[in-house]
Design a protein around this ligand. Sequence first.
Ligand code: PMP
Ligand code: GLN
Length: 380
Amino acid sequence: MNFQSKLPNVGTTIFSVMSALANEHQAINLSQGFPNFPTSDRLIDLAASYMKKGYNQYAPMTGLPALKERIAEKIERLYGAQVDPDQEITVTVGATQGLFTAIATFVQPGDEVIIFEPAYDSYKPAIELVGGIPVPYPLPAPDYSPNWEEVRQLVTPKTRMIVFNTPHNPTGTTLKKEDMEALQALTRDTDILILSDEVYEHLIYDGQEHQSILRYPELFERSLLTYSFGKTFHKTGWRIGYCVAPPHLMKEFRKVHQFNVFTIMTPIQYALADFMAEPEEYLSLNQFFQQKRDFLLDNLKGSRLQPLKCEGTYFCLFDYSDISDEPDTAFAKRMTTEYGVASIPVSVFYSDQRDDKVIRLCFAKTEDTLKQAAELLQKI
Ligand code: PMP
Ligand code: GLN
């Protein structure tokens, strides 16, 4: 059959590739980002009970009112912002769909979209699929802290959107107040939209505060924000998240959302609404994951993998240049097949496949798993 691929250069995502390789070789999988410990029993019981009670038909298109109210309460508690659950929150199929729908809603053919690289791998294909032009800004390694003057130079009359992510996957770095102020100055008096991927809002360490767009009312007016319950409640397979945006942007977002998703699993939304009534469930997540980060780093002390700064997310980057000068994709593969630990090579997150000899390890794992992985990595 004759047809033209809309994404001719896209293969299978690195996360599926490395997880499959880990399974094939029975390696410890620190590649794809997902916890290997269970989600809460209470949450599972709640979801099952709502299914059994018959809450199994379509939920309202924009999300269950009770769940959106809990989300609005959380936003006010954490960021001091008041959002209208009815007009400014839409429940989505994970953050992935929120990101995709936001891009599909606002990016027209020929529009430029600035992305910060290394960039989470779904941004670029989503932009390309709707005819937009990704404009990569390489964050300067090894700090990965943006130079806003350099970002400014990428802005043209065609710039429609800036996509960024804090805490940042894959680098584990975070944006600071000064970054948000620079972004505010950069976009002031323009029509540039911001797509802020905040899936790791609760995974931020060493006493830092997450710099949500929600703390900056001027920025919020031009922004769409995406979140993931998968990250927050250890259940990436349930595929649920939400998008927050001011009414004038959310109204357009929902026009697209209703025809590619319509609505999200009803019993899960009821279960989450009940579960979120007790904020303790997510308020201590930073300590929980900070301990895991420290556990992995302690167990890797003395190894030839050099950790880079990790301020948030459940990922940490490691420089392996003391061990090998082979490309990071080859090294990550060999680490899986010969040493029994799967990781993610960071070059795949760059448009030009730039190779700084760093790999990403996921520490959302039990201490047993992290200990076993560290023992294997110490031998390299
Ligand atoms: N953005 C980033 C930066 C992520 O790391 C992920 C997934 N790990 C997502 C978006 C997608 O989240 P979800 O699983 O809720 O679709
Ligand atoms: N976001 C996760 C990661 O960075 C994986 C998501 C996926 O597999 N698509 O590892």
